[in-house]
Design a protein around this ligand. Sequence first.
Ligand code: KIV
Ligand code: ZN
Length: 401
Amino acid sequence: MPHTNTPGEQQKLIIFDTTLRDGEQSPGVSLNNDEKVAIATQLSKLGVDVLEAGFPIASIGDFEAVNRIAKEVGPLMEGRERIGKPMVICGLARATTGDIQRCAEALEPAPYKRIHTFLATSDIHLQHKLKIDRAECVKRAVAAVTLAKSLCDEVEFSPEDAGRSDQDFLCEVLGKVIEAGAGTLNIPDTVGYNMPEEYGSLIKYLVANTPGAEKVIWSTHCHNDLGLATANTLAGIQGGARQVEVTINGIGERAGNTAMEEVVMSIHTHPNYFPVYHTINTTLISRTSQMVSALSGMIVQPNKAIVGRNAFLHESGIHQDGVLKNKSTYEIITPETVGVTDIALVLGKHSGRNAFRERCKELGHGSISDEALQKAFVDFKALCDKQKTVNDADILAILTN
Ligand code: KIV
Ligand code: ZN
């Protein structure tokens, strides 16, 4: 299987990684700047198109991280031959002059830079958080995008809490920021409230009804509060989005953001289902996931799709027997496609004789007689009833008993 899927009539999906910005907003996560540079370098090799490196106004450390990534990682081309250009380095800024100027300063050394500015548009946020009316919201959004455009080539605008905003008001604000120079419009479901069909329809509605919609790239940004971030993102692509904002392992605020590996592998396994292709080197997914987990201290749940420890393990005898005969019986992705190479069948009480015989062979007991194998298998099952899994040392002890 190729490591990237093939462009046919499909359009390129821009992968915008926010592991170092929204991902770092995970409770308890704080990365130092060397760790951020290491992750950014790995994300560049992985094939990320746009990297949100941080929120420069947030702290001096954040400013320096964005600045170092802009300088040290921004120009890198290693592993990016399929893409043909370095990553765009992006920084986040609220819709204020101070934030935007600081962001532009941090991004300065990057060959390709983008300012991502945001302002809430939902009535809940306007009334309770910002205490401004809709007219003031439009005014601030336009002023922010105009300023950002004067300091940077690429500007992205996000109407925060778009998932709970009035759709016609969104069309009004977004039409105005397109006129002011925004090239990417990102539609955040900030609180992870939307249902997939609802979010897909929202993107479709905005693309159809915003003045100037055809001039910009539409983007998804979903949170996982209801466990729907990936489903919503995929629905957004079907609705017309051509950029997705994602994090490695789905880390992020509260229940996290959309997991990059889930979106990429959904597209990868369904090359004709989506109107897009990706240019991520999928064989680096596992290594990248492990690096982010180790440096962030965010443990990946064992049954996490694509990158969890159990994602390619088969325990039941029926499944193990099928996989030994032909992997496609129970695997929709080969482990190698995402860079997992050390897969072994897990032996437990659901395992069958074939898997047990296979492990005996791997442990140097391939010439064991049928009778001895049968006895060892009975002992193995008895041990399985006493402990959750049986390791190689246990099997060797049974075989040499
Ligand atoms: O979830 C959100 O609304 C955000 C914005 C800053 C884009 O992260
Ligand atoms: Zn977010």
